[in-house]
Design a protein around this ligand. Structure first.
Ligand code: HAM
Length: 419
């Protein structure tokens, strides 16, 4: 028998309602902030990611699922930011739409070693705003992330923020790190020795105990920030305070992707274990220009949906509709039942029936298993009397209703999500 590939997951019907609730909550909150949905392809030219995330980024070096077709090399998207900037430019949105606020929900792919909270196909729920460098926007983005988590009923998370500064400041920080780490190179792990050559910033988020010790001794602060970037970061902090959003400044937070500049943030949850980031994001003020567009500020973030589901403190109300279960016994009743189902659904009432030839008792048990709110029974008696028996599965009450009054009667129960 075939098995699913490592690091992927089947989301079975029983679990899907939790996903739908998260998705629905997400859409509601994003629309409160006036973000519109965007859907980009799952497959992109691999070079888009090399260029955006950086040749030395771990994702580019080791984790992209590459698909070769003739002379072209594509990648299953490992993240959503680069594709959205590509779509923004390719569709001339810089010329026609100006500032855009978009969100996305969908699968991403990284060939990582699977473990709890780390998959090879996982789902992002993220957003991007392209077209502004204003620090107020950084505050909107972080407050949006905070409000999403509250809406998912997630508690106990921590927001860490830092500023990398502009491209010049990042160079300066790289120099500070190079000079500080050079004499201690032998103490670093093998990966960090390579990072020292190609991407020294990444040494700051190495998880190796010895590297953490070495890095701590460097006593990094925000000294590398130019006056303008410092002002930007001060404003972000000030306005986060004014909104009472709790955060911790972490000068060691650098993020693994090359495109970040200025504000970066990460939201962690200790219940997640080793893979403790629920989500992360930041500014990428040079990416639009680097991909051939005008110089435009941009910022965004993404949450890992699987991780959100792991730490939700309680189930939100399941997003399913109240179900009406039709039990028709005998051939003539089945004919009528089929018509009845059709009418109910036309009226926006969720309805189902038994296709397994169960007895009345068996069908009632099935209705119960499906958590049906109401059951409609059509048997020989009902046909003779031209009625339908309506059973309220909550109170247990039962009554006969004439077919022409049935829809009205059902609507009086205020079934959820039905029109
Ligand atoms: P990222 O930090 O690579 O950022 O991913 C965001 C989140 O996706 C992580 O915090 C984590 O929750 C989840 N995640 C990442 N990899 C996996 C995995 N293998 N399995 C399960 N969950 C995972 C980005 O991708 C940026 N594009 C975010 C962004 C948007 N920055 C600006 N705009």
């Amino acid at each position: 028998m075939f098995k699913k590939t490592p690091g992927t997951k089947d989301i079975l019907p029983d679990e899907v309602s939790s996903w739908q609730v998260i998705e629905e909550t997400t859409r509601n909150i994003f629309s409160l902030y006036n973000y519109k949905e965007i859907r980009s392809p799952i497959i992109e030219e691999a070079a888009l990611f090399n260029r955006s995330l950086g040749e030395s980024a771990e994702i580019v070096q080791k984790q992209m699922f590459l698909v070769k077709k003739d002379k072209d090399v594509y990648a299953l998207r490992p993240e959503g930011t680069a594709p959205i900037v590509r779509a923004y430019l390719e569709n001339n949105l810089d010329k026609t739409a100006g500032l855009i606020k978009v969100y996305y929900i969908g699968p991403m792919f990284r060939a990582e070693r699977p473990q709890k909270g780390r998959l090879r196909q996982f789902h992002h729920l993220g957003c991007e705003v392209i077209g502004s460098q204003e620090p107020y926007l950084d505050v909107e983005i972080i407050s949006l992330a905070d409000n999403l988590l509250k809406a998912y009923t997630i508690e106990g998370y921590e927001i860490k923020i830092n500023s990398l500064g502009c491209a010049k400041d990042k160079k300066e920080l790289t120099e500070i790190l190079r000079n500080g780490l050079k004499p201690k190179l032998t103490k670093l792990c093998d990966d960090c020795k390579v990072r020292f050559k190609h991407n020294v910033l990444r040494i700051l988020d190495c998880k190796n105990e010895r590297c953490i010790e070495v890095v701590k001794e460097l006593d990094i602060r925000q000294d590398h920030l130019c006056p303008e970037c410092k002002r930007h970061f001060d404003k972000v902090k000030e306005e986060l305070d004014s909104l009472n959003i709790g955060y911790k400044i972490n000068p060691y937070l650098v993020r693994g992707l090359d495109y970040y500049t200025r504000t970066v943030f990460e939201i962690i949850h200790h219940d997640l274990g080793a893979q403790n980031a629920l989500g992360a994001g930041g500014r990428y003020d040079n990416l639009v220009g680097d991909l051939g567009g005008p110089s435009l500020g941009a910022i965004g973030f993404a949450f890992g949906m699987e991780r959100l589901l792991l730490v939700r403190s309680r189930e939100l109300g399941v997003g399913s509709k109240d179900l009406v279960y039709v039990i028709s016994l005998g051939e003539e009743a089945k004919k009528q039942g089929l018509k009845l189902l059709n009418n109910l659904r036309k009226e926006g009432i969720a309805a189902d029936t038994d296709y397994e030839g169960k007895s009345l008792k068996g069908a009632l048990r099935k209705a119960n298993d499906l958590s049906s709110r109401l059951v409609l029974i059509i048997g020989e008696d009902e046909i003779k009397k031209n009625v339908v028996t309506l059973k309220d599965m909550v109170s247990g009450e039962q009554k006969e209703v004439r077919p022409e009054n049935l829809i009205q009667e059902l609507k009086s129960y205020n079934l959820t999500h039905n029109s």
